[in-house]
Design a protein around this ligand. Structure first.
Ligand SMILES: CC(=O)[C@@H](O)[C@H](O)COP(=O)(O)O
Ligand SMILES: NCC(=O)COP(=O)(O)O
Length: 238
């Protein structure tokens, strides 16, 4: 059965908007695990816009399932990963000006650099996943550099403007997943998956795992709002 890893970056985004200590992604991670999540994802961005070093260090001690650290393949962040030793490191491309990750890692174009990063992380006992677009040359390169997993970038699928386009892009993802498996890579999928577009994936054996963050945290805010208001009213009026 496919597994779900939950990305809690978006809890940290809310905390950083006030630069205070709540909501805490560490607490969110524990709740996600209690609800059955198979792993917790955080993206320690170079600009530290949401997740902080402190979060990753504490999560390393508290996460009971699997900690997946999304990261750029830079010397600074590789050094932090080697010290903290998440269960999995997912290498992603990073741009300072982007709102969120905009595309897959160009493994084919930077094969030597990515190979070195994969080796350094694996030598520290960390399994490595590469976040790639569903393109044959990227999957082949991911296999050549020795990655353990690929995470297929589902952002383009998630942004499809019609059902026909979504069907076509989903077929591309299925073909890429089958190709990755033939190359011996375990297959994850993530970015932009939500409560509607996940339905095509239901029951598909091609994918081992899903990485989902924004839609789960967005829904949590709304489904939890009524209770939060009631609790405040009780404090004010009782
Ligand atoms: C790699 C990916 O698709 C997402 O996990 C994304 O990079 C999360 O990072 P942000 O929360 O900074 O968008
Ligand atoms: N790698 C994808 C991820 O962790 C979550 O992406 P999103 O659901 O926040 O778009």
């Amino acid at each position: 059965m496919a597994r779900l890893e939950v990305n809690v970056d978006h809890i940290a985004t809310l905390r950083q908007a006030r630069l205070i200590d709540e909501p805490d992604p560490v607490t969110a991670a524990a709740l996600a695990e209690l609800a059955g999540a198979d792993g917790i994802i955080v993206h320690l961005r170079e600009d530290r816009r949401h997740i902080q070093d402190r979060d990753v260090r504490i999560l390393r001690q508290t996460v009971k399932t699997r900690l997946n650290l999304e990261m750029a393949a830079t010397a600074e962040i590789i050094g932090i990963a080697k010290e903290i030793r998440p269960d999995v490191a997912t290498l992603v491309p990073e741009k300072r000006e982007e709102l969120t990750t905009e595309g897959g890692l160009d493994v084919a174009g930077y094969q030597d650099h990515i190979h070195q990063a994969v080796q350094q992380l694996q030598q520290a006992g960390i399994r490595v996943s590469l976040f790639v677009d569903p393109q044959p040359e990227q999957l082949k390169a991911a296999s050549v550099v020795g990655a353990n997993y690929v995470e297929l970038h589902t952002g383009t699928y998630a942004e499809a403007r019609s059902e026909d386009e979504a069907d076509r892009l989903f077929e591309e993802l299925l073909a890429a997943a089958a190709h990755a498996r033939q190359l011996g890579l375990a297959v994850k999928a993530g970015h932009g998956l939500n409560y509607r577009n996940i339905k095509r994936f239901r029951g598909r054996k091609e994918f081992d795992e899903y990485s989902i963050g924004h839609s789960i945290i967005s829904r949590a805010v709304l489904v939890g709002l009524e209770r939060a208001v009631r609790e405040m009213i009780a404090l004010i009026k009782s």
